[in-house]
Design a protein around this ligand. Sequence first.
Ligand code: MG
Length: 296
Amino acid sequence: MIFHRSRHGVLIGLVTIVAACASRSNGPSVSPAPPAAGATQAARQTHENLNAVLWMQTAAEYRASTMQAYRLAQLQLDTALGDPAWTAATEQTGDVSSLPPAVILDLDETVIDNSAFQARQVQDASAYSEEAWNRWVEERKSGAIPGAIEFLAYAKSRGVTPFYVTNRDHKVEDATRDVLAKLGVPVTAERDAVLTRHESGWDGSDKSSRRQSVAANYRVLLVVGDNFEDFVSGTRASVTDRAALMQKYEAFWGRKWIVLPNPTYGSWDGALTFGMTQPSDDQTLAAKYHALKTER
Ligand SMILES: [Mg+2]
């Protein structure tokens, strides 16, 4: 959730198009709320995220996709439990057969649904900021990703401990734990199972050292996330290099690594402006149009 940099371009023309489409629809009357002209400097046109957020909030296909992912996770959990040499953590080496089983999950857009925060940014044409994000977290209004709670209950029934490796800041860990409790997400009391950023010297967004800390004491059966960086280091790279890294771990996907869909933000988005230093909205938008493939 932390890195939303450069997600929003200026698409003033789209405001008109969106309003026109809404007025032509046969559906219920809606009042599109485009940002006012002459918006403040902090405001941005965020219509490039309009479809993505709506897909996560309204599409049956999204709910079906996340349920499908978690049902696959359940099947793979059984497979992993039956194979004492199995580990899903690249950080884990040596004989792992005597270690108790665990799974590592990301939180945001993996277990926790923050699409309302994304929707507010679209509605208000507001830019992402860590302050706004932490305010949202403190509201404790996040929901659950479809399929997650059922999977976690199953894992618990099989004696598998879930660990949550999140780039939420340590200072919002209390609010995070409150939301997990509200949603019925199992959190073991035996160990610290919510591993946040800026906790225990984990200052970076790279999650490898936190996966390693779990792997020191547990056999990691699965890793579940919505962002490539939930699985392995080195994902903040160009589109081409990310594709090569994905291919390198081809055998892991759908077996040891279960990925959830998230079209609204993630390291995939940063890849489109990789190598650019603090690109402006215009530069970001230009880079995104440049990345469009209009021929096979
Ligand atoms: Mg996430």
